[in-house]
Ligand binder design. Structure first.
Ligand code: PBG
Length: 326
């Protein structure tokens, strides 16, 4: 047989495969989400997220040091608010001595180089478990944005490098940017959850923070998963309003959206490889149905290949370790 071109030549051994690989993962691509709890020496495994823990600040700091030593350069903080502090205004979220604000300071003190991103949304603080203030059974946009602005500024005051609004209210990026400018936080970034879909895959996360909506669902603010063009609209508007990074979330079932957004924008794109995606790999691996380590690296490489410049993932530590040994 005579063939002018043989595509298998570039796949014939590990050396040539490494030479022509188009997508290379590094630990600096990862953002490690961390769940933080009150107390001392607390470490609670999340039932639907095997081997993922909600920790008090002391244990969180040990975790951050480990991540740093493995080459991970960013963490994304979420806190579990005590029930008695929850209300419909979410005011605990801008308490200068709140768990989030104390966590930011403690991590900055312990590992100053670590880039701290913070979740900005009312749901962990809301007695209704919604990302906004509720009036007559509705999530009201503009009063919620005012709350998000206070929350963002309080994170910046505590030392956050970048705030990450995950609520999907309209106009919040512009309002947060304006407030940061007014308060002279000219180096504080905004990572906008721009294309965040109403997804069933968030279930395990809501277990982790006890933040499931008390009534209804999140479909009046999070996007309909039937839609693609809308994701580009959301991303472009957030960039206009001042977002430094735009996010697509969830990850794996939405890689088409990741590519669509990546091709449309001139800022880095982040992707959230969310709790349900983590749980699926863990569950299948536990049953011996897939090889967990290989599934982790293949998943994260696919997300990067699709256009994810940064990946928020509960596999950050595992993946950084695996990359070291590859
Ligand atoms: C809420 C928020 C959610 C996640 C991050 N921020 C859940 C939700 O919108 O209900 C999900 C993360 C994950 O599932 O890993 N503001």
């Amino acid at each position: 047989m005579f063939l002018q071109r043989r595509n298998r030549i570039l796949r014939s051994n590990p050396a040539i495969r490494a030479m022509v690989a188009e997508t290379i993962l590094t630990p600096a691509d990862f953002i490690a989400p961390l769940f933080i709890d009150e107390g001392k020496n607390i470490s609670t495994e999340i039932a639907s997220m095997p081997n993922y823990f909600r920790r008090s600040i002391d244990g969180t700091i040990r975790e951050v040091k480990e991540l740093w030593d493995l080459g991970v350069r960013s963490v994304l903080l979420f806190i579990k608010c005590r029930d008695e502090l929850k209300d419909n205004t979410g005011k605990e979220s801008w308490n200068p001595d709140g768990l989030m604000q104390r966590s930011i300071k403690a991590i900055k003190d312990a590992v100053p180089g670590m880039y701290i991103m913070t979740d900005v949304a009312l749901d962990p603080f809301s007695s209704f478990g919604h990302d906004g203030i509720v009036e007559n059974g509705e999530i009201v946009n503009d009063p919620t944005v005012e709350a998000l602005v206070k929350m963002s500024v309080s994170h910046a005051v505590a030392g956050a490098d970048m705030v990450a609004p995950s609520d999907m209210m309209d106009g919040r990026i512009g309002a947060i940017r304006e407030a940061l400018e007014q308060n002279n936080f000219t180096r504080t970034g905004i990572m906008a959850y721009s294309a965040k879909y109403a997804s069933c895959f968030y279930g395990p996360f809501r277990d982790a923070l006890d933040s499931a909506p008390g009534f209804g669902d999140k479909k009046t603010y999070q996007m309909d998963y039937a839609n693609r063009i809308e994701a580009v609209k959301e991303a472009l508007m957030d960039i206009e309003e001042g977002a430094d990074i735009v996010m697509v979330k969830p990850g794996l079932p939405y890689l088409d959206i990741v590519r669509e957004v990546k091709n449309a924008v001139d800022v880095p794109v982040s992707v959230y490889n969310i709790s349900g995606e983590y749980a699926m790999i863990k569950a299948a691996a536990e049953k011996g149905w897939i090889d967990e380590d290989k599934a982790i690296i293949e998943t994260l490489t696919s997300i990067k290949r699709a256009g994810g410049d940064l990946i928020a993932t509960y596999f950050a530590k595992d993946a950084a370790r695996l990359l070291q040994s590859m």
